[in-house]
Design a protein around this ligand. Structure first.
Ligand code: UTP
Length: 287
């Protein structure tokens, strides 16, 4: 089995209820931070780490994502005619970022089910998983930090970050044995623990390197009481016999699936954007 990570699965078939009404008729992944949809930041991170094939797990309401990563010949024609060559380049390069594959998830039966839908394309290779909400901005792509650890052990790797103890109930939390100041071997994982039951404050963030064995386990993982097949349950099964690792990452993370973090991300990217940052900062100072 190769240990190069060439493929990424990005499940985007969730309902996005935390962002209603914005997500009534458009995917939350297409909400923009300045001038780019959230999902493009994520795809660019994958590409920067050498990923060549992106497998989106989609649903009926997510067609805009397919259109975004496809060519738009009419737009290109009009931009060329108006001699807007920089815009033309910007628009064309999106479809050239990677090979894009779309798989419809039969029904929203959970993250584990969404990932398992990619099994025929993944075949016998390790692969990355990015959740369509989580953006990490840093000088090294966050997924690269996971790939580096994967290539050391050839075992699954999960991204984690320290969260304040009162917020652990919102996340999957790991109990890990530290290997160094940023990497852990995971002993167990707990989904959304009560504050007094959490084994640590290391929260699972939407970046994973998984191995094809996880696909096999997912196929046999039963749905939970909400009718969803959870990735955490499959990882708990895997960890009974083999190791899973975790690493903190160095970039700035935003969970763009919740309103507060999305707005923080909007301010963060506006403050960095060469076209608007000066005026934007002046405006912020007036508030
Ligand atoms: P979330 O827990 O964020 O759910 O899913 P959601 O539906 O997207 O958003 P809320 O909670 O209703 O606001 C985590 C990731 O798993 C995907 C989502 O698209 C998201 O990237 N997912 C979840 C699927 O692809 N299919 C599912 O059945 C469930």
């Amino acid at each position: 089995m190769t240990n190069k990570i060439r493929k990424a699965v990005i499940p985007v078939a969730g309902l996005g209820t935390r962002f209603l009404p914005a997500t009534k008729a458009q995917p939350k992944e297409m909400l923009t931070l300045v001038d780019k949809p959230v999902i493009q930041y994520i795809v660019e991170e994958a590409v920067a780490a050498g990923i060549e094939q992106i497998i989106f797990i989609t649903s009926q309401t997510k067609r805009a994502i397919e259109d975004h990563f496809d060519r738009n010949f009419e737009l290109e024609y009009n931009l060329a005619k108006k001699n807007k060559l920089a815009d033309l380049e910007e628009v064309k390069k999106i479809s050239q970022l990677a090979d894009f594959i779309y798989i419809r998830q039969e029904a929203p039966l959970g993250l584990g089910h969404a990932i398992a839908s990619a099994a025929p394309i993944i075949d016998n290779e390790p692969f990355a998983v990015f959740l369509g909400d989580d953006i990490v901005d840093g000088s090294t792509p966050a997924i690269q930090e996971l790939i580096d650890l994967y290539q050391q052990y050839n075992k699954p790797v999960i991204a984690v970050k320290e969260v304040s103890p009162e917020l652990v109930f919102k996340y999957g939390i790991i109990d890990g044995t530290p290997l160094n100041e940023k990497c852990y071997q995971i002993n167990t994982l707990v989904e959304k623990p009560a504050v007094n039951k959490a084994p640590s404050n290391l929260a699972i963030i939407g970046r994973y390197i998984l191995t094809p064995e996880i696909m096999e386990i997912l196929k046999n993982t039963p749905a939970n009481i909400d009718g969803e097949i959870q990735l955490t349950d499959a990882l708990l099964e895997y960890i009974k016999t083999k190791e899973i690792y975790a690493t903190k990452f160095s970039g700035q993370h935003f969970d763009c699936g919740n309103k507060l973090d999305f707005m923080k991300a909007a301010v963060y990217y506006a403050s960095k954007h060469p076209e608007i940052r000066e005026e934007f900062k002046k405006f912020i100072d007036t508030l």
